[in-house]
Design a protein. Structure first.
Length: 184
């Protein structure tokens, strides 16, 4: 049966977090979803931990070489069967009603996308370049650690721009918003 939502997650070297991330995704108030994980040539035990889960909602593919985040996300998008596509990262823990609430907003609110907060709570979190720009406690940064879109919108703008090595998520959000406002 076709899921209503697809969760796309790209991972690289997140063995310390990926198990808890997947467990949080599987512990849902909403059942009609799939999880698509694209591994970007990890050097740690990330792929073994993912392969340890036997839930049929999980689909996992591993890049043979490092393709980068934008290309990896586009690989996941091509496999997504849901009407709504949710993005998270391998070191995130999703709230229990994340997919349910996001799907309701996308279905009933006429929104192109919905954004949630990202708050860092790990004592040993190592900030990336993107983190120095924004922790996204209040929204407006369009970080794919907690973002969802109508799949049709993402397809209409040809997914992530693979020329970006970072901020590809912000670029996608801006293009989606521009496309949506042009069609109104």
């Amino acid at each position: 049966m076709k899921p209503i939502a697809s969760v796309v997650m790209c991972v690289k070297d997140v063995e310390q977090h990926i198990g808890k991330c997947i467990e949080s995704l599987l512990d849902r108030t909403f059942e009609s979803f799939e999880i698509i994980i694209v591994g970007d040539a990890s050097h740690d035990r990330t792929n073994q931990i993912i392969n340890g889960f036997s839930d049929t909602r999980i689909r996992y593919l591993e890049n043979e070489t490092n393709l980068g985040i934008a290309r990896s996300r586009n690989r996941g998008l091509k496999l997504a069967r849901g009407e709504y596509v949710f993005f998270t990262d391998g070191d995130c823990i999703a709230s229990r009603n994340w997919i349910e609430e996001g799907s309701k907003l996308l279905k009933n609110g006429g929104f192109v996308g919905v954004e949630g907060r990202i708050c860092y709570v790990s004592e040993n979190h190592q900030k990336t370049f993107s983190d120095h720009v924004s922790e996204n406690k209040f929204g407006g940064q369009f970080m794919t650690g907690n973002m969802a879109y109508r799949k049709s919108i993402i397809e209409s703008i040809n997914g992530f721009d693979e020329n970006f090595t970072y901020f590809e998520d912000r670029d996608l959000a801006l293009r989606a918003a521009r496309t949506s406002s042009a069609t109104r």
